[in-house]
Design a protein around this ligand. Structure first.
Ligand SMILES: Cc1cc2nc3c(=O)[nH]c(=O)nc-3n(C[C@H](O)[C@H](O)[C@H](O)COP(=O)(O)OP(=O)(O)OC[C@H]3O[C@@H](n4cnc5c(N)ncnc54)[C@H](O)[C@@H]3O)c2cc1C
Length: 296
């Protein structure tokens, strides 16, 4: 196995063009496990750790540009107000050691249906900035996951950054595992309220071949919130609306039975998490709404 060590982004793109089968390694928390278990033996490993741009983030007016290798620990420490859903999801990843090395670029590279960043990215509305010597493009997160552990990257492309809309409302992330830490999700759920557009977005992990959104549930809730004037009156969401949202989220799943859980348990748990995260986020929205009303 040969080791490529590009000193700059341009060198990395050139190396990937020359060796499209080269496997990039960032934190290594997925790649090294695969190599140690002999699941893959790449001809070339390409170390990305000398490229400082990949560890930087920029907070703009509406979005955050998150370098591909920014570790979860930094997201939790520095970006909680802007990216609350992703910060909560980051908190559930593994242990402090893994959170100090692993990042969103690696999660996207692996594209496991159980990766914790995915539901949060789907719910917030993200775009993945990828580049090759041929040029740069942005892939909407909805188009990024193409199959089980497959993504939309071409063989010569690398992930440079992820652009994520700054939260304009409450966000939540919920994960079911067999214990509290160091656990791959049995299933997970992300929810983001977007009061500016009066929409909600969801993300479901580990309950279908790829991370998915529950689009029918989103459309139902958008319509119910609009019809009831909920965004303006800040009323408590009725239990029947919450139940139907939860049922539609559960119905969006297409899970399998495996060592971590059964398909029927996953479907049930997604429904429970959908109802709970809706309650939590809506209570936060109502709290903020009452404060604004009081101040007016
Ligand atoms: C003990 C343990 C516990 C874990 N627990 C969790 C957990 O709870 N939740 C969870 O989601 N994950 C978990 N993981 C998996 C892993 O930590 C995450 O997927 C992490 O986000 C990977 O990031 P990384 O930087 O280490 O990626 P790496 O291992 O360096 O790379 C992962 C993949 O992405 C590709 N890649 C990396 N950077 C780029 C780039 N810039 N462009 C293109 N491709 C790239 C690599 O080639 C590889 O295919 C765990 C891993 C371990 C070892």
């Amino acid at each position: 196995m040969d080791f490529l060590r590009p000193a700059s982004w341009e060198e990395a793109l050139a190396a990937k063009a020359e060796h499209p089968t080269a496997v990039p390694i960032a934190g290594g928390t997925d790649v090294m496990v695969e190599i140690n278990f002999d699941h893959r033996r790449p001809e070339y490993l390409m170390d990305l750790t000398r490229i400082s741009d990949l560890y930087a983030w920029e907070v703009g007016d509406d979005t955050v540009r998150l370098g591909a290798s920014v570790p979860y620990a930094k997201i939790m420490e520095h970006l909680r107000p802007e990216l609350p859903g992703l910060a909560l999801a980051s908190h559930t990843v593994a242990s402090p050691q893994i959170r100090n090395r692993g990042g969103v670029g690696g999660n996207l590279g692996t594209a496991s249906p159980a990766g914790d960043a995915h539901p949060a990215l789907l719910a917030a509305g993200a775009e993945v900035e990828v580049e090759s010597v041929r040029g740069s493009r942005r892939i909407p997160i909805d188009d990024f996951y193409t199959g089980v552990k497959r993504n939309a990257l071409a063989p010569d492309e690398l992930i440079r950054a992820v652009h994520i809309d700054k939260a304009d409302g409450p966000q939540q992330y919920s994960k079911v595992g067999t214990r509290n830490a160091m656990v791959i999700a049995v299933c997970a759920f992300g929810l983001a309220l977007h009061p500016e557009t009066r929409t909600v977005r969801t993300g479901i992990g580990s309950a279908a071949p790829t991370p998915i959104r529950a689009k029918a549930a989103e459309e139902f809730l958008d319509a119910a919130l609009e019809e009831g004037g909920f965004w303006d009156n800040g009323k408590i969401i009725t239990p029947s609306v919450a139940k139907q949202f939860a049922d539609l989220c559960a119905a969006a799943c297409n899970p399998i039975d495996d060592v971590r859980g059964t398909a029927s348990y996953r479907r049930h748990a997604v429904g429970v998490m959908a109802r709970r995260t809706l309650t939590w986020t809506w209570e936060s929205y109502r709290g903020a709404h009452r404060t604004t009303e009081g101040a007016a």
